[in-house]
Design a protein around this ligand. Structure first.
Ligand code: ATP
Length: 407
């Protein structure tokens, strides 16, 4: 059977993955077999999410009625019902559901009614608390079909330490990244000297290591020194797979969906208040704004070098009329030209402008010229893919260390 759970946490505490990890242990204690623990991230632009829009699925061998009862009891025991935005859902199905619902949940928006109709048609056991919104994520989790997967080991805290400052040795995190990158990623952000894998919220997670396989995340995990940990769970995930990206076209993008969009830069990048960088690109007669926000740090240096005429492919979520860049491909660069007063043909000295549209004059010999000198200047940008740094990376975004995107 497949057990799906979602929406059990609040900004004040808890985490659906922790509840899933505890559930796996309770089922094993009841002599059931847990074949897979899966963590799916869904549409990152859902505004009612607590943090990363995660839902979990356990693939279990055992009695479905018994496990449904255990799962519901655990939700009642651990979920943070005090928060208005916590609306848990638990689903138990005998077979995987149509993956179309998962695909919609990761790329688009679903309704509670859609989830319930699918569950009823499949004869699923399910329960939703409060407004029952968690049934969307729980249904998507048991419908998930992952064409590409990564691993994450989540190391949780001992319950008595929840809400207290975390103790994780900083240097051991940098050492683990150095020893296992590119097979693991986003443990730390080396360029910005920031730890990425230790949360700052009062949830049960101590740290999480992402990587290509259980072996690699475990290899990195074993290098990390910290306070005495509680339980640990290796999850199969859709993180770092770009599962949220749709193929899009400027002028035909829907708000709060995520796209890969080709275009030609039409308006040069500008840095706005707060350090946010924006430029406009177009595809035919339709144009769209692209944003590299301040938290994307050094990525903005790349974006700032773009010039009108450069051909790019932008990837990111479309929000408030802009593509919020997660990564960008520079396909081809236009020639950069500098327009300067010409050199005097007699003296070889730079002429001076006589005013707009009035031509140029040599100060030394008085020679005149009408046209300026148009000189080609070097572009330091190199075509290829560029991405935001680990501190700014979204859970679903595929890091370039996993390979060059094929879109
Ligand atoms: P948690 O650890 O509790 O899962 P979270 O940050 O992952 O925290 P949730 O608290 O689960 O976020 O909130 C997300 C809510 O949005 C859930 O109720 C989920 O069912 C719902 N949801 C997820 N994806 C979609 C979608 N594509 N359309 C509509 N609702 C969605």
């Amino acid at each position: 059977m497949l057990i799906g759970i979602d929406d059990t946490d609040s900004p004040q505490g808890m985490c659906t993955t922790y509840l899933g990890a505890v559930l796996a242990r309770r089922l094993i204690r009841e002599h059931m077999r847990v074949r897979e623990a899966r963590l799916v991230r869904l549409n990152p632009n859902v505004t009612w999410k607590t943090r990363g829009n995660a839902a979990v699925m356990l693939d279990v061998g055992g009695d479905p009625d018994h496990s449904f009862t255990i799962a519901c009891d655990l939700v009642e025991e651990l979920a943070d019902f005090s928060c208005e935005n916590t609306n848990p859902g638990v689903v138990v199905v005998d077979r995987r559901l149509d993956p179309a619902f998962y695909r919609k949940a990761v790329t688009d928006f679903c309704t509670i009614e859609e989830a319930v109709a699918i569950l009823d048609a499949a004869g699923a056991r399910y329960r939703g608390w409060k407004n029952r919104r968690g049934l969307i994520g729980a249904t998507a989790a048991v419908a998930s079909e992952l064409l590409d997967t990564t691993s994450e080991i989540l190391v949780y805290r001992q319950p008595e330490r929840f809400g207290t400052p975390r103790e994780v040795d900083r240097q051991s995190l940098f050492d683990a990244e150095a020893a296992t990158f590119p097979h693991t990623w986003d443990t730390v952000d080396t360029a910005n000297d920031v730890v990425v894998c230790v949360p700052h919220t009062p949830d049960p997670v101590l740290f999480g290591i992402r990587g290509t396989s259980p072996r690699w995340v475990m290899a990195a995990r074993q290098m990390i020194e910290s306070e005495p940990p509680g339980i640990e769970q290796i999850w199969v995930t859709n993180q770092g797979t770009d599962a949220h990206l749709l193929s899009g076209k400027a002028g035909h993008l829907s708000e709060h969906l995520s796209y890969v969009v080709p275009g030609t830069v039409t308006r040069a990048p500008e840095t706005k208040t707060g350090g946010h960088v924006s430029f406009t690109m177009s595809d035919g007669d339709q144009s769209v704004r692209c944003m590299a926000y301040e938290p994307t740090k050094n990525f903005r240096q790349i974006v700032r070098q773009l010039l009108p005429g450069d051909r790019v492919v932008a990837a990111g979520s479309f929000k408030k009329g802009s593509i919020n860049l997660e990564k960008i491909k520079i396909e081809s660069l236009t020639k950069a030209e500098t327009i300067r007063p010409p050199l005097c043909a007699v003296c070889n000295k730079r002429m001076t402008s006589d005013g707009k549209g009035k031509g140029y004059k040599c100060k030394k010999c008085g020679a005149r010229a009408e046209a300026p000198a148009v000189e080609e200047s070097l572009r330091s940008l190199i075509p290829g893919w560029y991405e935001v740094p680990p501190t700014a990376r979204r859970h679903l975004a595929k890091p370039l260390c996993r390979g060059i995107p094929d879109f």
